[in-house]
Design a binder for this molecule. Structure first.
Ligand code: GAL
Length: 745
């Protein structure tokens, strides 16, 4: 019988405490509530809360039945992520512990299972900031939240089964390519077994491109087999424009198939060299942002669709080619989506500035292993971060993390994110957080790579953070600050582009995030994102978005609230228009103001620099009319926007990311609610109160009555698992939104 993966995410019992008596099967569950995974042990407010509120020990219990037909099989329980420490019990028996909230772990349930009655799985979850577990031990600029926040599965397999498959693509840039599959076979049968193993390369449409079989004898409890599929012709490369994926299917056969393991792979080369980064041999400047996997109210506990959506936002709304999973391994759903859409990934181990004792370092080394074993086959991952983010040098420790990474993976380079100069380079790429821009003690936009590395020659060099705390900016800040925030992102990318010895830059950061009181704006939010926590763009997002080719999408976004007295001294100049148009014409009512061109000379490194209009006759005390911007590509009008002089609330708009959701498991989607003026622009300073009501098989995450934040707000809904139609209504004091209808199918 081939493997069965049984999701175990619905109908758990939860209580925010733990006692040993809870592990008993017939424990009285009166004070437990029924929850589903992903689950946050504590829903938190949007801001201004005490971060201690989710730092407690809790208990999760799950009853499940196992069919008798699985009696001769092996049953594992797989946890994708439990924050931060877990002890697992089955039918009253202690199975073991796991330290660390970002990596998966499994236990073998087989000897303890009942096939005739219900089994009880109990997990003690310690979500305190335990100093013995990375990233803890000192301050950390993010929150880690608590609970079983990723999925749990039962994995039912033959005693002889595939534990892992590591796929290496070879001769990638030749006409005939190769896939080398290293298969780790687990033999729990305690005897020597002869088997047939097979490897197949299949298109995602199901066409078999190549296959190979090999007779083997499995003698040990764990055995490694290598199968090579060679002479692979007409294979399409994986890259950021065409992220072609293939399925590698490995099977074990003994009087029929006994196990099958499928993993998607891509053919690509990714090299960091002293003179740039090369994807499939072609130079590519890395343009990225850092992502924290956190969301309002539920922290990390968001299901597949929401994880995937973040990848899509980074790729399509921000037009990035790279994301760094700061500062820990992120959801497999997020990474799968990065593979699918062609978004490069810098993935790193958990940590933030602090290095603990030897036992702590051991967990960190284990994190390197767990991360690479889980994520080896993702073509999107181009580098492993194997240093504690921004930690001091520690030769022995980082020598070890690098050694582990290189032993497990000879196909990818390592990086180690630092913020100190002259730090010892133990990795393949010198990865540096460069916060020069805005530092009064350092002149310029960036440090030169040689001044950072202290070496006399160039090495592969990547900027892994910039901006962030140097210029925190709220989406509802004053226009001039938002403009400057956007220009700082632009300045850095411009400087990076002009320096051949910098492979690229990954800015801080994509989304605002909740943090400890030691950081952020005092309200437990770090406003460092180019989007807010609801993933609603600030103007800096428009800079990123404007870097898409106009053939794909025409972008024109002016940094203006269009008001007479928003800026110091009044007026709207200098006016920045982020656009990929060739020129922009400005009109005020029936009068032409002028035609303006992108600031190519000011920003020679930027593919689509903004139009910047330094002077406009629109000062305090002058009369002022509606302003129209028209963007042209190839002399054709492509886009037109009108900003009106006297905006008034006209439409309450509600737009959902998805109108169809899935039943069975918890599903979730976001809708954005905005109060718009007569020309569909946001009213950035309205704090109107919104009331939401929801009918059907879903609930609102967070409050259903709230004020808008800077004219808009995002809301996630979460399904109950049932099929049906969801209707969402919203209203404010004067307007009603058109109802949203979402189907759960
Ligand atoms: C860095 C750190 C990030 C974040 C950022 C804010 O030092 O690595 O996690 O705190 O600063 O700018």
């Amino acid at each position: 019988m081939s493997r069965v993966i049984r999701p175990l995410n619905m109908q758990w019992q939860f209580t925010p405490s733990f006692e040993l008596s809870y592990i008993q099967k017939d424990y009285n569950l009166e004070h437990f509530e029924t929850v589903s995974l992903p689950h946050a042990n504590q829903e938190i407010p949007y801001n201004y809360f005490d971060e201690k509120i989710y730092q407690f020990v809790s208990c999760y219990r799950k009853y499940f039945l196992i069919d008798k037909r699985h009696k001769d099989q092996w049953v594992y329980i797989d946890f994708e992520g439990v924050m931060t420490y877990a002890q697992v019990y089955i039918n009253g028996i202690y199975l073991g512990e796991h330290k660390g909230g970002y990596t998966p772990f499994s236990f073998d349930l087989t000897p303890y299972l009942s096939f005739t009655s219900e089994n009880i799985l109990v997990v003690m979850v310690d979500s305190t900031e335990r100093e013995d577990i990375p990233p803890f031990g000192f301050v950390v600029d993010f929150l880690t939240y608590g609970g079983i926040y990723r999925e749990v599965n039962l994995r039912i397999v033959d005693p002889l089964h595939i534990k892992h498959v590591f796929s290496r693509t070879k001769n990638v840039l030749c006409d005939e390519k190769e896939v080398e599959a290293t298969i780790i076979i687990q033999n729990n049968s305690a005897s020597k077994v002869s088997l047939t193993t097979s490897a197949m390369l299949i298109t995602l449409e199901g066409k078999i491109l190549s296959q190979l079989q090999k007779e083997i004898i499995v003698e040990n409890s764990e055995q490694e087999i290598v199968l090579i599929l060679s002479n692979l012709a007409h294979i399409k490369l994986w890259d950021i424009e065409n992220p072609n994926l293939y399925m590698l299917k490995i099977s074990l056969e003994k009087e029929g198939i006994i196990d099958t393991y499928e993993t998607k792979i891509g053919f690509r080369t990714a090299e960091f060299l002293p003179n740039g980064f090369f994807l499939n041999g072609k130079p590519l400047k890395i343009r990225g942002l850092n992502r924290h996997q956190a969301f309002p109210y539920v922290g990390y506990a968001m299901p597949k669709r929401v994880q995937e959506k973040d990848a899509q936002l980074l790729k399509y709304e921000l037009c990035l080619n790279t994301v760094r999973t700061s500062h820990y391994p992120q959801s497999k759903h997020f990474l799968n989506k990065c593979d699918e859409i062609g978004l490069l990934v810098f993935e790193e181990i958990p940590g933030w500035q602090h290095i603990g004792d030897e036992a702590w370092k051991k967990i960190s080394c284990e994190n390197v292993r767990e991360m690479i074993v889980r994520d080896f086959n993702h073509p999107s991952i181009i580098i492993w971060g194997v240093r504690i983010n921004e930690s001091p040098d520690d030769h022995d420790f980082f020598f070890q993390t690098n050694k582990i990474a290189h032993e497990l993976d000879d196909t990818r380079p390592t990086g180690g994110v630092r913020c100190i100069i002259n730090s010892e380079l133990l990795e393949d790429v010198y990865t540096m957080n460069d916060f020069t821009l805005g530092d009064p003690d350092i002149y310029g936009v960036l440090r030169s790579p040689l001044s950072v590395t202290g070496l006399d020659h160039n090495v592969p060099y990547l900027i892994t953070e910039f901006n962030g705390h140097m210029y925190p900016t709220k989406r509802f800040d004053q226009e001039e600050r938002l403009n400057e925030h956007a220009l700082r992102h632009l300045e850095v990318h411009n400087a990076v582009s002009l320096n051949p010895h910098i492979t690229g830059a990954i800015g801080w950061c994509a989304f605002d995030y909740n943090t400890h009181f030691d950081f952020g704006s005092g309200d437990r939010i770090c406003y460092h994102g180019v989007m807010d926590m609801f993933r609603i763009p600030k103007y800096a997002a428009a800079f990123y978005k404007s870097q898409v080719s106009p053939i794909k999408e025409v972008v024109m976004q002016a940094v203006t609230r269009y008001a007479r007295g928003e800026r110091a001294i009044g007026g709207i100049a200098p006016l920045t228009i982020f656009t990929n148009c060739e020129c922009v014409k400005l009109f005020t009512e029936d009068k032409t103001i002028g035609t303006y061109f992108p600031a190519k000379e000011r920003y020679p490194g930027i593919a689509y620099p903004p139009v910047i209009i330094d002077k406009l006759e629109s000062q305090w005390g002058m009369s002022f009319g509606d302003l129209t911007l028209v963007g042209f590509v190839n002399n054709n009008e492509m886009v037109r926007e009108t900003y009106i002089k006297n905006p008034l609330p006209t439409v309450l708009s509600m737009k959902a990311d998805d109108l169809i959701l899935s039943h069975g498991e918890i599903d979730s989607t976001r809708f954005v609610i905005k109060l718009l003026d007569q020309e569909n622009h946001e009213l950035p300073y309205t704090d109107e109160i919104i009331n939401i009501s929801i009918d059907g098989p879903a609930v609102i995450i967070g409050p259903s009555t709230f004020s808008l934040i800077g004219g808009c707000r995002g809301v996630w809904i979460k399904t109950t698992g049932d099929i049906g139609s969801i209707t969402i209504n919203a209203s404010c004091s004067t307007l009603k939104a058109k109802p949203l209808i979402i189907q759960v199918q």
